[in-house]
Design a protein around this ligand. Sequence first.
Ligand code: ADP
Ligand code: ZN
Length: 617
Amino acid sequence: MNDLAHPPPPLSNAPASPAGDPATALLRRVFGHDSFRGQQAEIVTHVSGGGDALVLMPTGGGKSLCYQIPSLLRPGVGVVVSPLIALMADQVAAMRQAGVRAAYLNSSLDATQARQVEQAVTRGELDLLYVAPERLATSRCLDLLDRTRVALFAIDEAHCVSQWGHDFRPEYLQLSVLHERFPDVPRVALTATADPQTRLEIVERLALEGARTFVSSFDRPNIRYAIVDKADARGQLLRFIRGEHAGESGIVYCLSRRKVDETAQWLLGQGVRALPYHAGLDATTRTGHQERFQREDGIVVVATIAFGMGIDKPDVRFVAHLDLPKSIEGYYQETGRAGRDGLPADAWMAYGLSDVVQQRRMIDESEASDTFKRVSRAKLDALLGLCETAGCRRVRLLAYFGEQGEACGNCDNCLEPPETWDATEPVRKALSAIYRTGQRFGTAYLINVLRGKTDERTTRWGHDRLGVFGIGADIDDTTWRGVFRQVVALGFADVDHESHGALRLTEASRPVLRGETRVELRRQVRATRHGSSSAHAVSPDLSPEDNERFERLKAWRLAEARRQGVPPYVIFHDRTLAAIAAAAPGSLAGLAGIPGIGERKLERYGLDLLDVIGHET
Ligand code: ADP
Ligand code: ZN
């Protein structure tokens, strides 16, 4: 809320405790956190000292503090540029809950409201100002800032300057003006996009050559990765949701709008509170669904990738893919929306041959340049490698971003190592079957030939007289489907879209056919469950009694959030409520020690909280 009529008083910069540096003191007092994470402290020191910075940190890594604290430490207002207009109100509300004097300027304000904010800026009454990029570039706004002491510029979602990325915002290109017009104001650009290409573009387009770059590990240790063989995808999804995430918030990604609608409808029929989201819905419905997702507990949004950047809900407990994304970058970005609060979360995907075929077709049939198609194919292949690997998913994922790691113990392959088998002979048989039948048939038919099933077509084409007919009778259908999927994923064959999914051999098949290469494949897994859910629960340590308190606290939070018109997590995160429930402190001093309770929240909610946990029922 831009509630300028009731601004919180300015926070003093005096450290809460005599010991420690001012940044840590603010961290404790305002945000209620004990210590900085990872590179936060270094970044805060660098930016507070007036340095420019490029911050690459995964989603949930804690980028916000990297500009919020320097804004509070430096004189003047910190100006935060963000394309996420829909989120600004919530971000500002969260800051104000912590006692930070924050406001925003974007197109959702009318002229009077905007003028009020501008006046507050001029009077030096704000610590943080969130601004939409197109707004910032106007001469009105730049003039306003000319007359104002600016603590720093934070350019959030900085990858939006990249013309190659799917989040490109032309308005971001105008942000280079900041450097020219305010050469003495430090700038910090932040993004969760990991690839080096984008990094270079950010530096170049935002004139950040002199900035110090801070690259964090892109690992998200709390996210458990699992990729299952697609069978009855919907049923698998439902079992996954019911088994592991009943009543929790999640996102299900599908490729097409139609599939989004159908899946949402179906889930709803199964008792899952699902809402569709895609660009084909009218704006009101879309916003409404996004809002409910942000503000209510336990909504599952079924969406195309149009549902993306505007989400910073911290307690998304799972992201499921019913269709394959285009690249590892896409997969990483989408799955990254789970578990921003650091609590356990799942990234789950069902994957099958049809996905490979569909994605390859989309590339082949697109109007893009040959170079673009080549890059797209390579990106898809890298993702297929991730899907087919029998090794640790996380190791593979991080390796793609240039990081090395060890088997994580928190992915499907680590938890239940898949069997691999020497599939050289079956693969050769599959490839011969493709070749001998004239490279004109799809998987289902080829499996019939290999298994020696006679039908009208085998007879008509004389395929029952081929040497390959029946040479694979010892292998069942499911295993054959897995073999064909992997043959295509590994690039030994490709799919001809013109002729109904016929498989054709590629150059890469030659060494296999000649017996020069050994092929090791994953065995198909039928039981697709992993891990025990109890070890993976959000609050594993809560006793039934604690849990009862936790539920009461959540109910109180929801009521409070409704009353104030803000999302519940703006008031307290789950993690904080769980800690309160477990510690059950009997005094304000006891509450103050709990992570996530800063000075202002203690003042405002402390007695209520004590009251809520005091009533044992
Ligand atoms: P990002 O913008 O990088 O996705 P956020 O800034 O939203 O991440 O932070 C993610 C979560 O981590 C938030 O819930 C935030 O409160 C928490 N967080 C960030 N820094 C710290 C810290 N030093 N100690 C404890 N929690 C932190
Ligand atoms: Zn692993």
